[in-house]
Design a protein around this ligand. Structure first.
Ligand SMILES: *Cc1c(COP(=O)(O)O)cnc(C)c1O
Length: 377
């Protein structure tokens, strides 16, 4: 509980009005994106990747929306994320921990009914010990490194597991998985090389469902689908097929509030460092969004209001950005109004492209300070 000084009450009548910016998350669009991926996958099962709090959009809300579409398998990155998700969605669905279990976290993972992704011989041994201590077998995926050199057992470790009849004692092997390094580049030769290596490595292990494809992997074709796909980004509206039209629906709308408007004369310095100077009489609006909100200092470049583009002027501050609103009729934009930063016209992929990063980074940086509205539940 927040301590409120005597004589005051923490009254919140309109949380959107109290916040600087508003992030609207369309759970209906996430569900439609899941249906689109399922249609493309045919008979292959489709999980939901909800690590990093559902890429910043609320793992619990996203998971519950996907469950309404029949999704029963989720992936998180950390044990802590898995424990929180379990509390939110109940005992039914499987929750896989992609980064594996750090030493000492096994008992908590058992208690929350999490499925370990075993990335190394050490993690396998620790999960075997945990099964012994629990007195029953424990669910696990084995991740093999098919050529990304990030996570997963090396070919040598896989051979050692295959050669040791006791290696999987107490392990209920639910999945063998690997991850593609270049799935968003369909022509990249690493894709086929990884697929072939994945098939070779999993053939050494006991029969279990296999999973290789992330969002972009689903679009590489049926030979990448196996038994389970693991999309994250595409569910959230990020284009899984860069340089082609986005087959997914947009999911988020980011709006920021106008704090103040002003008219400046020719020659006025604008913002930190005076990196901009008014070239004539200029009308400006300052909005309540900045780099502390996850809006990167070098990220785009314009907001929109009434369909009219309002360019940023000068530097992005911690909590504010200055817009040139000279294109709008005088008095049209007033303090309290919301301007659009991300919507169907300026997508997260557009914003990412404007400063040379990927939409994943834009999305996961956003939102911790915003008023979030979930619609379409
Ligand atoms: C993050 C992640 C995914 C989801 O990837 P997207 O590109 O967001 O679809 C799938 N598998 C693993 C191992 C991951 O780390």
């Amino acid at each position: 509980m927040n301590q409120v000084p005597r004589g005051y009450r923490a009254v919140v009548t309109d949380p959107a009005a109290d916040a600087g910016s508003v992030l609207t998350i369309d759970l209906g669009a996430i569900r439609e994106n899941y249906r689109r991926l399922k249609a493309r996958l045919g008979g292959t099962r489709c999980a939901g990747v909800v690590k990093a709090d559902g890429y910043g959009l609320g793992a619990d809300r996203v998971a519950r929306a996907l469950m309404q579409e029949g999704c029963d398998t989720f992936f998180v990155a950390h044990v802590g994320e898995g424990i929180a998700l379990r509390a939110a969605i109940g005992t039914g669905p499987a929750i896989y921990v992609l980064n594996g279990l750090p030493p000492g976290s096994e008992a908590d993972a058992v208690a929350a009914g999490l499925t370990a992704v075993l990335n190394s011989a050490e993690q396998l041994a620790a999960w075997r010990e945990a099964a012994k201590a629990a007195g029953h077998s424990l669910p696990a995926a084995i991740q093999v490194d098919s050529g990304m050199s990030r996570l997963g057992m090396s070919p040598r470790e896989v051979e050692a597991v295959a050669a040791d009849p006791e290696a999987l004692e107490g392990i209920d092997l639910r999945l063998v998985m690997s991850h593609l390094a270049c799935a968003d580049e369909p022509g990249h030769p690493a894709n086929e090389a990884q697929r072939i290596e994945f098939d070779r490595l999993r053939a050494m292990l006991p029969a279990a469902p296999a999973s290789l494809a992330n969002s972009s992997g689903i679009f590489l074709g049926e030979s990448y689908h196996h038994q389970l796909a693991r999309p994250g980004a595409a569910l959230y509206g990020i284009n899984p097929t860069p340089r082609q039209e986005n087959p997914m629906l947009p999911v988020i709308r980011l709006q920021s509030r106008v704090i103040q408007t002003r008219t400046v004369e020719k020659g006025a310095g604008i913002g930190y460092g005076h990196t901009a100077t008014a070239e004539g009489v200029q009308r400006l609006a300052t909005i309540s969004l900045g780099y502390a909100d996850g809006w990167h200092r070098c990220a785009a470049s314009a907001a929109r209001f009434d369909g009219i583009e309002l360019p940023f002027v000068g530097r992005v501050s911690m909590d504010s950005i200055i817009l040139d609103i000279s294109a709008l009729p005088e008095g049209r934009l007033r303090p309290g109004d919301l301007v659009d930063l991300i919507d169907a016209d300026q997508t997260i992929d557009d914003v990412a492209g404007s400063y040379g990063t990927i939409a994943y980074e834009v999305l996961t940086s956003l939102g911790h300070r915003f008023h979030r509205i979930h619609v379409g539940a």
